[in-house]
Design a protein around this ligand. Structure first.
Ligand code: NDP
Length: 449
């Protein structure tokens, strides 16, 4: 079992003290610190000058009021956040999440993870994250637009293509990015395409950005399986969620000949032994913005819907948790192991609890942590920034090719680094160390920042 090295314990204790009650942030920091014991044993100077303490402290945390008017003319208030965590490698980069569960601790956990993920891509992007406790469910298009405009009215003063570049996340897709970009443009009177990514193709978006996180996670898992001589073809796959990451994970798995038998949303999960009909999921989720329960009503025979319950009870060879943090518990991990799971690829951020990760690794299951496996989204966002900067637009094939190369590199660097540090096959350790070393090197060169 990993523990935090005693030299790093005071750092963790201070993070817990200063950020009281932020359980997810504590969890994310603890996991990284658990990996760093081996680094400072080899290179003690990384512990000098409070370097690790500085990495754990955001450069800037912004919290703001978001007032807006609903369709009944009532004034609503939400809270907005942007945590600009680390800009040693480039402008802050990371998505915006609209979900009622959002609070400062959630945004800090996501921002902290983002630092290492972005470093792993090898591209010049720092780490940040934002969001609001706004619940988009059941809101009209007009309400969504007014909320996005109000959110951007405050946020815009903190953004810029060289400063901070948000993208989407839970509850924020192309529609919301469009409304936010429109408001940014009005407020600044600048057509600054590189200030947001995940844009529509009509106004500066990149081909394959929508698909990138799910495709990238699948490429990562494919490469991880290949190290054991296993192929994705004919494997039974369970993908949680049915949002952006889940849908394009399913699409890529299908293209590799895998069979997806279950997916979910926050209401429950559907099982279709004949293979999930992805066109139907897209129709329900992307077009109608409906509930996954409708799948069973529309598809009928041979399908079932389980309200609440755990999707991880569905036996599979490969599990791709792609909904939200801590959705896969120790109990779920035990069930998956008993059912013979071979590999787990995290499309979501931190979807497996620490217990679950220990169980997978202890049982020899190939485990790809989110900060490596889902880095294809932000990597393609950086490619979108490149296209915007050069006023260019690449083909889908070109962009996907770059994505595949980046995911292959991330995989290989994580695997090699785990090996170098005496923990062969431990992608969690490999990802944390590769990300940390790149950020630490830049921070050292920049003086006490
Ligand atoms: P979406 O909003 O498109 O989809 C989220 C999916 O997860 C929906 O099916 C949603 O169900 C479900 N879900 C959300 N919250 C919960 C919850 N508390 N319990 C159960 N199910 C839940 O988001 P994305 O697909 O963009 O994001 C999914 C995950 O991937 C997140 O962890 C995100 O941080 C991560 N990620 C996303 C990237 C991107 O490019 N979009 C990049 C890297 C990581 P319902 O519709 O019922 O709410």
């Amino acid at each position: 079992m990993s523990t935090v090295d005693e030299k790093l314990e005071p750092i963790l204790a201070e993070v817990l003290r200063r950020n009281a009650g932020e359980a997810e942030f504590h969890q994310a920091v603890r996991e990284v610190l658990e990996s760093l014991g081996r680094v400072i044993a080899k290179h003690p100077d990384y512990a000098d000058n409070a370097l690790i303490e500085r990495i754990c402290e955001p450069e800037r945390q912004i919290i703001f009021r978001v007032p807006w008017v609903d369709d009944k003319g009532r004034v609503q208030i939400n809270r907005g956040f942007r945590v600009q965590f680390n800009s040693a490698l480039g402008p802050y980069k990371g998505g915006v999440r609209f979900h009622p569960s959002v609070n400062l601790g959630i945004i800090k956990f996501l921002g902290f993870e983002q630092i290492f993920k972005n470093a792993l891509t090898g591209l010049p992007i720092g780490g940040g994250k934002g969001g609001s406790d706004f619940n988009p469910r059941g809101r009209s298009d007009g309400e969504i637009m007014r909320f996005c405009q109000s959110f951007m009215t405050e946020l815009h003063r903190h953004l810029g293509e060289h400063t901070d570049v948000p993208a989407g996340d839970i509850g924020v897709g192309a529609r919301e990015i469009g409304y936010m970009f429109g408001q940014y443009k009005r407020l600044t009177n600048r057509y600054e395409a590189g200030v947001l990514t995940g844009k529509g193709l009509a106004y500066g978006g990149s081909r394959a950005r929508r698909e990138a996180t799910g495709y990238g996670a699948t490429y990562f898992v494919q490469r991880m399986l290949a190290t054991k001589g296993i192929e994705l073809e004919d494997k039974r796959v369970v993908v949680s969620g049915s949002g952006n990451v889940a849908i394009y994970t399913m699409e890529k798995i299908l293209s590799f000949g895998g069979k997806v038998v279950a997916c979910s949303d926050s209401g429950g999960y559907v099982v279709d032994e004949s293979g999930i009909d992805l066109a139907l999921v897209k129709e329900i989720k992307e077009v109608r913005r409906g509930r996954i329960a409708e799948y069973v009503r529309l598809k009928g025979n041979g399908t079932r819907y389980v309200e609440q319950g755990s999707i991880w009870e569905v036996a599979c060879d490969i599990a791709m948790p792609s909904a939200t943090q801590n959705e896969l518990t120790g109990k779920d991990a035990r069930t998956l192991v008993v059912n013979g799971v071979l590999a787990v690829g995290e499309g979501a951020n931190m979807p497996s609890t620490p217990d679950a990760v220990r169980i997978f690794q202890g049982a020899g299951v190939l485990f790809a942590p989110g900060k490596a496996a889902n880095a294809g989204g932000v990597a393609t966002s950086a490619l979108e920034m490149q296209q915007n900067a050069s006023r260019d637009s690449w083909t889908f094939e070109q962009t996907e090719q770059r994505l595949a190369e980046i995911m292959g590199n991330i995989h290989d660097r994580c695997a090699e680094t785990a090996e170098e540090y005496g923990a062969s096959g431990d992608y969690v350790l490999g990802a944390n160390i590769v990300g940390f070393v790149r950020v630490a090197e830049a921070m050292r060169a920049l003086g006490v920042i």
